[in-house]
Design a protein around this ligand. Structure first.
Ligand code: PLP
Length: 401
């Protein structure tokens, strides 16, 4: 059997043969066909003008999506790798850092900062709650040893989006680090206007590209902090990345993930063509429709019912239903892969991802499949109620999603 067949069978074996496969997870996410096709192009050598042309355009377009004039460094790593690089490049062992923890990823940065020997001031919130920026400001005012502050934009584990504009205001005196892995390109983030020093992102979510690229944008203030830092590092060294860039802006320090960058080039061109503000608007609509669909079928949202939450919609699994079985059934019977809960929310919530290459009918199909699965599990759901509610969001918006 050919390799391609093996791959397709891996999905088809579990989803019924008659169903289309729809990936509705908050990452990895589906990619446009043009981006898939670009992945099949021959590998080109990276030290050539041909690759340089692509990489120069990618850098320019990344800045337009990050809404920044700062340098952006691209790594062959997932978002966690780029984040680890930020810790290595900014701090020295024993430095103080404030970390907001209101979900799985905030929790990851607390653990990572401790793993690198940092003195962590953890501001912990219930999963689904937003960070309180007054508390952030208070914690910083009470400890002059804190050099930087970390917050997640879209906490993918819960769907909750933190107020990063307020966070950056509260942390204006220190270096601000934002995890925008699932948020970048789905939730408004005005890096320069809001004064965010370091933004970390990944390719596999709203940037509509396969997993494997990590990005970090770095302000001049963060660069100055980096120059003082004594943490060991090599691959992720920002000085090496900047030197390579200064020598030739079309080149990287190490071998880049050529195919992924060529795919990213196509994806970014599509985002720029749609218009970054329109992309944000489409995501707001997708979130609104998902929440309306969930409420319409009588389920309860997990987290605030707010337009801010435009990347992921999380809902409580209703009483008497096995959450893992629900997610599995939506996939096996209807070919739609939504995500279950992570960590302490495993089996208790389920999540619909809509950061990236998604439209109105992706949401409507997912709501329809959820209703059907709940009915099959003998949950009292009236078919079409959620679907109708989601459809009305789109029909009333007057905007094509
Ligand atoms: N931060 C957030 C908000 C995420 O959603 C994820 C991945 O889901 C990560 C960090 C980790 O990124 P990666 O899985 O690319 O290492």
């Amino acid at each position: 059997m050919s390799k391609m067949k093996v791959l397709l069978f891996a999905v088809r074996e579990v989803a019924s043969m008659m169903n289309k496969y729809r990936l509705m997870s908050p990452g990895p996410t589906p990619i446009p066909p043009e981006v898939s096709a670009a992945g099949a192009l021959p590998i080109i050598h990276h030290r050539t003008p041909e690759f340089g042309e692509v990489f120069t355009r990618v850098n320019e377009n990344l800045k337009r999506v990050f809404l920044t004039e700062n340098d952006i460094f691209t790594y062959a790593a997932s978002g966690t790798g780029a984040f680890e690089g930020a810790i290595q490049n900014l701090f020295s062992p024993g430095d103080g850092v404030l970390v907001v923890n209101n979900g799985n990823f905030g929790g990851r940065w607390v653990k990572m900062a401790r793993a690198f020997g940092l003195e962590v001031t953890e501001l912990e919130y219930e999963w689904g709650e937003k960070a309180d920026n007054d508390e952030v400001a208070e914690a910083l005012a009470g400890d002059s040893g804190i050099k930087a502050a970390i917050c997640v934009l879209s906490e993918t584990s819960t769907g909750t989006v933190n107020d990063i504009q307020g966070f950056a205001r509260a942390t204006a005196e220190v270096v601000t680090i934002v995890d925008a892995v699932s948020g970048l390109g789905a939730c408004t983030l005005r890096t320069d206007e809001w004064g965010v020093d370091v933004v970390v992102a990944g390719s596999q979510k709203a940037l509509m590209t396969p997993p494997g690229l990590g990005f970090v944008s770095v302000s001049e203030r963060a660069m100055r902090m980096h120059e003082e830092s004594r943490m060991p590092r090599y691959y992720f060294d920002w000085t090496a990345a900047r030197k390579a860039y200064e020598k030739d802006p079309a080149q990287t320090a190490w071998t880049p993930a050529v195919s992924l960058i060529i795919q990213l080039d196509i994806a970014l061109q599509q985002l720029i063509e749609e218009g970054v503000e329109n992309v944000f608007g489409r995501h707001v609509l997708l979130g609104r429709a998902s929440r309306a669909g969930i409420k319409g079928m009588g389920l309860e949202l997990f987290g605030p019912d707010e337009d801010l939450n435009s990347a992921v919609t999380a809902a409580w699994v209703p009483e008497g239903i096995d959450g893992k079985q629900l997610v599995r059934m939506i996939f096996r019977e209807h070919g739609i892969q939504v995500a279950g809960g992570q960590g302490e929310m495993a089996g208790r919530i389920f999540r619909i991802g809509h950061c990236g290459y998604f439209d109105a009918f992706d949401i409507i199909a997912t709501i329809a499949a959820t209703e059907l699965a709940l009915e099959a599990l003998d949950y009292p759901v009236e078919l079409g109620k959620g679907v109708g509610a989601a459809q009305r969001v789109f029909s009333r918006s007057g905007v094509r999603a």
